[in-house]
Design a binder for this molecule. Structure first.
Ligand SMILES: Cc1cc2nc3c(=O)[nH]c(=O)nc-3n(C[C@H](O)[C@H](O)[C@H](O)COP(=O)(O)OP(=O)(O)OC[C@H]3O[C@@H](n4cnc5c(N)ncnc54)[C@H](O)[C@@H]3O)c2cc1C
Length: 522
């Protein structure tokens, strides 16, 4: 049996972040990964042809930029372990089917001028929204990288001032209702409503309106980070940090069970029978639906609540393509943002699309988003070539009963045929492609259960200290000592946040260590 101080189940970036802080503090860590590769949702792989490196899942690193992990380079991932970002001027844009565009820039005034193409009044409103987003950003950011405050205390705090009550009102509203209050132009509304879609929810879903402020605040303050060499460079930097501090990562180690002795996690057992002992603690990237199967004798109520957590209706399907040449767009304007949203000309079409998902139907009008990051980082492709990352939303169970394994290529054909309306040269430049259906995503990481990129739905009742459930919201499991959770299904949610930092803070406290002093690479 191999023994370490800390065993981490899963090499997703959150597990690696937690493990790296503990390694920096002198703990011997061992990370076990069921796949033959490391990184979970933060990987770059040659999925199509040699020399084309695709970000299989996450491509832009947004919210992690405000995390002290990178902001203050606490683990020296940037200054010592090779992590480097470029921050393109325009992080996100809408390309409407008739060729009109709306680009958001890091510079708020340039974005306002884009919005003025549609409505001068909306441009003025946007200036005020941008100021408000910047004002709220420090408070929002301070809540993202540490264990969440109790829900009741947070709400009581909001209730103490006019500004707090105003924020609480927006937090409870749907994106659509709030955007309708703010803007007059349909396309401006649709542009910001699409942001809710990126969070896998309909703009008509209650309690989504704050998302636009969070998104805009980060977009302007930090930009969208494009990692040089690919998203997986973050994973590589974290592994380099762990190894530099005497730790290790092991592939093809599928953990079946957490070993519990006298109410304390003492190690793990793999599907193939190998066992690993943990002297101090175990970290688990384990989805709430699966926890009870892996922890013998888990508190029955906590298990039932975890298994009852809700998954979004908007599962994801992606197409990765190796391209012979860069994309050309059906627009006189530049389409060089990190994320390009291919949108209809009518906002109602977008809203009705999300209604169809609620009824588990395929979208009548595909809602394609795309990124072609080789334009910012040519090292990912052979000279003169390019890559495409294309995504759309689908139900996990197809309405016609066919399996996604059998039908995914047909659906990818549909996505590429629709893309032709926006990218006329697409037919002639695809050299090879790789399609991930929601079922494939679930296979690559159990976090992406039923194709939910965020593990579980991002709703108010599954947020903050109640994510995934009130019992599990502090990264711990009731009745089980020295076991700590990481994953997109924990606070602050799905996305590349580096949220393992908050799990590490809890662990330092339990192990009698000082996070601020010891959790740093010197
Ligand atoms: C298609 C797609 C696109 C995305 N795009 C973006 C984006 O552009 N920007 C962004 O910020 N976010 C994006 N996301 C979300 C982001 O990738 C995830 O939220 C994030 O990677 C989750 O990290 P994690 O470490 O918590 O979990 P994961 O990355 O899921 O890692 C968990 C790891 O644990 C392993 N594991 C689980 N159980 C076991 C076990 N029993 N034994 C051993 N190993 C185990 C898994 O194999 C996996 O490697 C995207 C996600 C997807 C799927």
């Amino acid at each position: 049996m191999t023994t370490a101080d800390i065993i981490a189940v899963g090499s997703g970036h959150n597990g690696l972040v937690a493990a790296a802080y503990l390694a920096a503090a002198g703990k011997k860590v061992l990370v076990l990964e069921r796949n033959a590769w490391f990184g979970g949702g933060v990987v770059s792989r040659e999925l199509t042809l040699p020399g084309f490196r695709h970000d299989q899942h996450s491509m832009s690193h947004i919210f992690i930029q405000g995390n002290p992990l990178l902001k203050n380079d606490e683990l020296k991932l940037k200054s010592k372990y090779g992590l480097e970002y470029v921050f393109p001027e325009s992080p996100m844009m809408s390309l409407f089917e008739d060729g009109q565009t709306l680009r958001l820039y890091r510079d708020s005034e340039r974005s306002a001028q884009e919005i003025a193409k549609f409505s001068k009044k909306d441009a003025d409103t946007f200036r005020a929204v941008s100021k408000q987003a910047a004002a709220w950003l420090p408070m929002i950011a301070s809540s993202l990288y540490a264990p969440p405050a109790p829900v009741g205390a947070t709400n009581a705090m909001f209730d103490q001032s006019r500004e707090g009550r105003q924020l609480w009102r927006i937090i409870q509203m749907s994106s659509h209702d709030h955007l309708t209050d703010l803007f007059e132009n349909e396309r401006v509304k649709m542009h910001f409503a699409r942001v809710a879609g990126e969070n896998l929810v309909s703009p008509d879903e209650k309690a989504t309106a704050i998302g636009a402020y969070v998104f805009l605040g980060f977009l302007e303050a930090y930009g969208f980070g494009v990692a040089k060499g690919g998203s997986g460079k973050l994973t590589e930097a974290l592994i380099a940090c762990i190894k530099d501090h005497g730790g290790d990562v092991l592939a093809n180690a599928d953990v079946a069970r957490i070993k519990v002795t006298n109410g304390r996690a003492t190690g793990v057992e793999c599907v193939d029978g190998r066992t690993f002992a943990a002297k101090d603690a175990v970290i688990g990237a384990i989805h709430p639906h699966l926890l009870g199967q892996m922890i013998d004798g888990m508190n029955p109520q906590a298990r039932a609540d975890a298994e009852a957590t809700h998954i979004t209706d908007a599962a994801c399907i992606t197409v990765h393509a190796a391209l012979d040449a860069p994309l050309t767009f059906n627009s006189p304007d530049k389409c060089d943002s990190v994320m390009v949203e291919c949108l209809p000309t009518s906002y109602e079409v977008l809203r009705r699309d999300f209604d169809e998902l609620r009824y588990r139907q395929l979208l009548p009008y595909p809602l394609l988003g795309l990124g072609s990051l080789s334009q910012f980082d040519p090292s990912r492709v052979p000279a003169g070539k390019a890559i495409l990352h294309l995504w759309d939303y689908v139900p996990y169970h197809r309405p016609d009963g066919r399996s996604w394994d059998e039908a995914k290529n047909e659906y990818a054909d549909r996505m590429l045929a629709h893309l032709k309306r926006f990218v006329p040269n697409i037919d002639s430049i695809v050299l090879a492609r790789h399609v991930d259906s929601p079922v494939d995503m679930e296979r690559t990481s159990p976090s992406f259960r039923r194709g939910d990129l965020h593990g579980i739905a991002t709703t108010t009742y599954q947020s903050g200290a109640h994510r995934p459930t009130p019992e599990l919201g502090q990264y711990t499991v009731p009745g089980l000592d020295r076991f700590y959770l990481v994953g997109p299904f924990q606070h602050p949610g799905g996305g590349v946040f580096g949220a393992g930092r908050a799990t590490a803070m809890k662990m330092f406290e339990a192990l009698g260590m000082n996070f601020d002093k010891q959790g740093r690479v010197k």
